[in-house]
Design a protein around this ligand. Structure first.
Ligand SMILES: C[S@@+](CC[C@H](N)C(=O)[O-])C[C@H]1O[C@@H](n2cnc3c(N)ncnc32)[C@H](O)[C@@H]1O
Length: 310
């Protein structure tokens, strides 16, 4: 059976629907051809993952049992997934899950789809704590501004078993997802969640602040690739006219929330490509000079960190 598909009103290659009784091998080939026809890079890998999930099997089973057939429900699920992928929806969005620092996180339309680049922030935080001899057993107080799926703070709590944390977001639906991810990874007894606008009304002192705030300049959002602009919530992206609004707001309140001497404290930020110098300047103007930076696997400076005591 064939069905015509449209993207933004423009007809695209017909997608052949997968029927019950199709073998796994045939289904993968069919979905791969369909995704390739609409220019999706990595079509074969996507086809394998979606076929495995639709069939309720592990991807390794596809190799072991290529002649197994899809039942009606599995075929329907795979058709739905293929139709969404044809519209360039990321596989993680279709599955509602993304792996981050080796753990799987639920994502919903209320949350950013966590990016591998953000793992740079985790690596930097653990490195700084290692250097200070505070990684093992220290009862650190963590705070994550704009937690989204909770990928940053849940990962840090999982890596730092004596730490406690506060996750904030302006979006209650995102906080609900962060809570479920905290439960999933066994850290919800050490995590509080709070809806608030950046650091407004925040009290308490923290040893480690992390934030991956919205940092795309407003006018650039329309020019982002489809998978970003169409599927990530705008509030997770829009960093104001120059992309730096959130950094200015957080830097202006940093001295009110970071731990006081004699304890050291750190603040770590994810930054967009080309923003590291500006963010370091904003932090220096706010009384936190001497920023250190970390580069992601793509070669972009992705993390900027400052420390209170040197
Ligand atoms: C770029 S996303 C980061 C999400 C997650 N931390 C991650 O790294 O995948 C930014 C997050 O900031 C939240 N946000 C936007 N404006 C905010 C505000 N004024 N106060 C608090 N959170 C805000 C968004 O809802 C979104 O979850």
């Amino acid at each position: 059976m064939k069905q015509a598909l449209e993207v933004a009103g423009v007809p695209i290659a017909p997608v052949q629907l997968i029927a019950a009784g199709t073998t796994l091998r045939e289904a993968i080939a069919l979905v791969t051809r369909t995704l390739t026809a609409v220019g999706i890079a990595g079509a074969a890998g996507d086809a394998r993952i979606m076929t495995a999930v639709a069939a309720g099997r592990r991807t390794v089973d596809l190799i072991a049992h290529p002649e197994a057939v899809l039942n009606a429900a599995a075929a329907l699920r795979l058709n739905e997934m293929a139709h969404r992928r044809v519209r360039h929806e990321p596989v993680s969005r279709i599955l509602g899950e993304r792996e981050f620092y080796g753990r799987r996180f639920e994502i919903t339309p209320a949350t950013l789809d966590p990016r591998p680049d953000s793992e740079t922030l985790i690596g930097a935080a653990l490195e700084l704590l290692d250097e200070a001899g505070m990684r093992d057993g220290a009862p650190l107080r963590l705070i994550d501004i704009g937690t989204g799926s909770g990928c940053l703070i849940v990962t840090l709590l999982a890596e730092l078993p004596a730490a406690t944390g506060l996750a904030t977001d302006i979006c209650p639906a995102a906080l609900a997802v962060a809570l479920r991810n905290a439960e999933r990874h066994g850290v919800c007894d050490r995590l509080r969640l709070r809806q608030c606008d950046m650091l407004e009304g925040m009290s308490g002192r923290y040893d480690l602040l992390v934030s991956n705030p919205p940092y795309i300049p407003t006018e650039e959002i329309a020019r982002l690739e489809a998978a970003v602009a169409a599927f990530d919530p705008r509030r997770a992206l829009d960093g104001g006219p120059d992309g730096l609004a959130a950094y200015r707001r957080i830097a202006g309140r940093l001295s009110d929330v970071l731990a006081l001497p004699p304890n050291p404290a750190w603040a770590l930020f994810e930054v967009g490509a080309g923003q590291a110098g500006d963010v370091a300047d904003i932090l220096a103007d706010g009384g936190f000079p001497g920023a250190r930076t970390w580069v992601d696997l793509g070669g972009h400076t992705r993390c900027v960190a400052v420390k209170t005591l040197r």
